[in-house]
Design a protein around this ligand. Structure first.
Ligand code: CP3
Length: 338
């Protein structure tokens, strides 16, 4: 089906666009009362993610309510470890918890490398595509191998992720075996999302910035490369949060879009990213300010990206206590800018 609004895809492919497309990381979720209403009708986050009809409904909410130029499938990066055999729980106000973690070769050997169990995500994608009816593209996603590795070894969120970082030093062989397995599963999973209808896919390397550059080069980049080489059907975005040192390496990969957090300087990034489309990068905290300040900072950001293939976004996910009208102000400012 041809898309009525394909601005995001054209920007990703470095084609001409009439205006900058915009979407917001974590646009579907707790900022919207409409999301909270659906969320409270089920037992928890995991039930919502694994019920295709509901996942499709909350995926489309921000398209209707905020007017974004793309939908992102409502899911989580942690469904991959779950499909591999590590069940997780989502603890209210604390985040994810894995009762069982990976510590030994034997633990890795017991993992599945097939994402078979994730048919609920591909079902949600098919339903979403049907209900979007060509209005905007649908973004599929997965966690990058290093970030998934971090959760599988640590067992929860963490400020330091010292267990997975320790493993890179104490058992590089085990680390590579696990990273390889995650990568293979992720490639199959992304291809399944594309077959189901995802128009573009994004890798979230949320914990990229806690590695030293040499470790990122050894334990993250080769696996990003393997995924980038395998995903040929649709554009690929790689967002390595806080990894300012990795921008050049990522630009050498066969991906189309490089995600930027708000610490990354636009002009400098442009110089080292080889003509890739850049995505980002307003500090989400700007959205706590007044409407006037939001407009001012958003226009300033757009001016910085002038002459660059750009997909407007925040530098990371929108925080749950931000007023949706402020998010809408950010989006409308981008749509009105020329
Ligand atoms: O709108 C969207 O962007 C689509 C949905 C989406 C979610 N998670 C829904 C979600 C996406 C793209 C993610 C990705 C994700 N999940 C990442 C990468 C992006 C990032 O933020 O760096 C990470 C690290 C996770 C893991 C995760 N999921 C954590 C740490 C938590 C708890 C803390 C938090 O931010 O809420 C989650 C839970 C989660 N994922 C929620 C939502 C809407 C909140 C759960 C709820 O509603 O009860």
């Amino acid at each position: 089906m041809t898309l009525q609004n394909d601005l995001l895809l054209r920007a990703a492919k470095q084609e001409k666009v009439e205006r900058t497309p915009v979407w917001v990381m974590r646009q579907a979720g707790r900022i919207l009362a409409e999301y909270r209403a659906v969320r409270s009708s089920v037992s928890g986050f995991i039930e919502l993610v694994s019920t295709p009809e509901l996942a499709a409904e909350v995926t489309i909410q921000p398209v209707d309510i905020l007017g974004v130029d793309a939908a992102i499938i409502f899911s989580d990066i942690l469904v991959v470890p779950e499909a591999m055999g590590l069940k997780y729980e989502m603890i209210e106000k604390r985040g994810p918890l894995f009762p069982k973690t990976i510590q030994t070769q034997q633990d890795v050997a017991q993992l599945s490398s097939s994402p078979e169990a994730l048919h609920y995500v591909t079902d949600a994608i098919k339903l979403t595509k049907k209900e979007l009816n060509g209005r905007v593209p649908l973004i599929g996603f997965a966690g990058a191998p290093w970030t998934i590795f971090a959760y599988m070894v640590e067992g929860s969120g963490s400020k330091t992720f010292s267990k997975p970082r320790r493993m890179l030093y104490t058992d590089p062989v085990l680390s590579h075996t696990l990273l390889e397995k995650i990568t293979d599963t992720t490639i199959q999973y992304l291809k399944a999302q594309i077959n189901a209808g995802a128009d573009i896919v994004q890798l979230f390397d949320s914990w990229a910035g806690i590695l030293k550059p040499a470790h990122y080069k050894t334990f993250a980049v080769p696996y990003l490369k393997k995924i980038a080489d395998a995903i040929t059907e649709v554009p690929l975005t790689i967002f390595a949060k806080d990894a300012y040192f990795a921008r050049e390496w990522i630009s050498e990969l066969d991906c189309q879009v490089v995600g930027m957090d708000w610490n990354m300087n636009v002009e400098e990034t442009k110089q080292i990213t080889n003509g890739k489309t850049l995505q980002g990068n307003l500090d989400p905290c700007v959205l706590y300010g007044s409407f006037d300040d939001i407009k001012k900072h958003t226009v300033k950001m757009l001016d910085e990206y002038k002459g660059i293939h750009h997909i407007a976004n925040l530098g990371h996910g929108v925080y749950p206590d931000i007023d949706p009208d402020k998010v809408k102000c950010f989006i409308d400012t981008i749509k009105e800018y020329s």
